[in-house]
Design a protein around this ligand. Structure first.
Ligand SMILES: *Cc1c(COP(=O)(O)O)cnc(C)c1O
Length: 365
């Protein structure tokens, strides 16, 4: 049972949709497919423009930093992915200031405001909506609103790789909304997507940058339902099938089910004495702090066939993360919390009495 917060399992209908013969990408047949996927993508992202790139999510992060920063970026580091924005700036020779926090701590809005009020060179802010390293939710919408009220020209680059498809994101003040195929959108890895505001489009077109990730060239092509380079045709077909299905069920249904699963999982694990790690947990995953994380994961994998994620860097062996993104069936989440309770018993931490499953079922239904 693959329950890591990315990659997530690919449902059968999406695998079947992607089993068609390879189409040539410069054909009317593929352009029609591209158009359909692009329209659905604009809808789920809820932004005026959207791009699809043949890369993993990090490629879209690099593309946004490069194309949307002229002078200096403020990068928010509350974990591995926020740290990555800073590393991208360094690699691209773009000056950056970083706000660094422990991985359980969302960035303070006041700290962001203080920095931009005192440094007029900052023209972009790079932040995760959900920082997947510790599973925390940053107050992105509030930050974006305050920043735009202070200076509308500062571009807000939001990494929504574990947020798009998890919850409805208020994009009013967001300029670039990044996502990837292998998380909440339940596809194989290899496709990155970016929603863009009109302001972002203007900035990209006014000063084209880069080669493979030159977004001005991509905009010109993708508006005509084609791509600058060879399109990831199979993944674009898969994304179309996925978005059609999510839309048919209702986007809200996916968001509500994910939220319900996240709440029920959190409460059931707290009920058996396991503490939630982040101060403001996101709904894409449940992150538990425990010094026994590796022992627990090992038993889960070997005895209960459950693959959940651990922690990286300083959090290696100290946390585990359970995915809620995508079409996870209730019995799968129930199986996991029950298996965790059984594991705690085996490790002599807490005697099994079925509490986790009981609380999970009560909260979910
Ligand atoms: C998974 C993830 C990424 C990108 O990872 P890739 O491996 O490049 O697809 C970026 N940001 C967040 C928050 C993620 O969870």
């Amino acid at each position: 049972m693959l329950l890591t917060p990315g990659p997530t399992p690919v449902p059968e209908f999406a695998r079947v949709a992607m089993a068609t013969e390879t189409l040539h990408h410069r054909t009317p047949e593929f352009e029609a497919i591209f158009k359909n996927t692009r329209e659905l993508l604009l809808e789920i992202l809820d932004m005026p423009e959207a791009l699809m790139l043949a890369s993993s999510g990090t490629g879209a992060m690099e593309a946004c930093v490069l194309n949307l920063t002229s002078k200096k970026s403020l990068t928010i580091n509350s974990g591995k992915f926020g740290e990555r924005f800073g590393k991208i700036c360094k690699a691209m020779n773009i000056p950056n200031i970083e706000i660094k926090n422990p991985w359980d701590t969302p960035v303070s809005i006041d700290e962001v405001m203080e920095i931009i009020e005192n440094d007029s060179d900052i023209d972009s802010i790079c932040i995760q909506i959900c920082e997947s390293a510790g599973g925390l939710r940053h107050p992105v919408e509030k930050i974006a609103q305050k920043v735009k009220a202070f200076n509308n020209d500062i571009i807000i680059i939001a990494d929504g790789i574990t947020a798009v498809g998890v919850e409805k994101i208020d994009t009013t003040n967001i300029d670039a909304l990044i996502t990837g195929s292998q998380k909440a959108l339940m596809l194989p890895p290899g496709l990155a997507m970016i929603g863009l505001s009109n302001k972002a489009v203007e900035k990209i077109e006014a000063n084209p940058k880069g080669y493979y990730f030159n977004l001005a060239i991509e905009l010109k092509n993708q508006r005509k339902n084609t791509t600058a380079w060879t399109a990831a045709t199979t993944l674009i077909i898969g994304l179309g099938a996925m978005l059609e299905k999510i839309k048919a069920d209702g986007f809200e249904t996916l968001y509500n089910d994910t939220t319900a699963r996240a709440n029920a999982t959190r409460e059931s694990l707290e009920a058996i004495g396991l503490p939630i790690y982040p101060k403001n947990p996101a709904n894409s995953m449940t992150t538990i702090y425990t010094e026994k994380a590796n022992e627990i994961r090992k038993i889960l994998k070997n005895k209960y066939d459950v693959n959940i994620a651990g922690g990286q860097d300083d959090l290696n062996g100290k946390i585990f993360r359970i995915n809620h993104m995508g079409l996870v069936a209730p019995y799968e989440s129930a199986w996991v919390v029950n298996a965790i309770e059984k594991t705690l018993d085996e490790l002599g931490i807490r005697e099994f009495d079925g509490t986790a499953n009981k609380v999970f079922m009560e909260k979910l239904f």
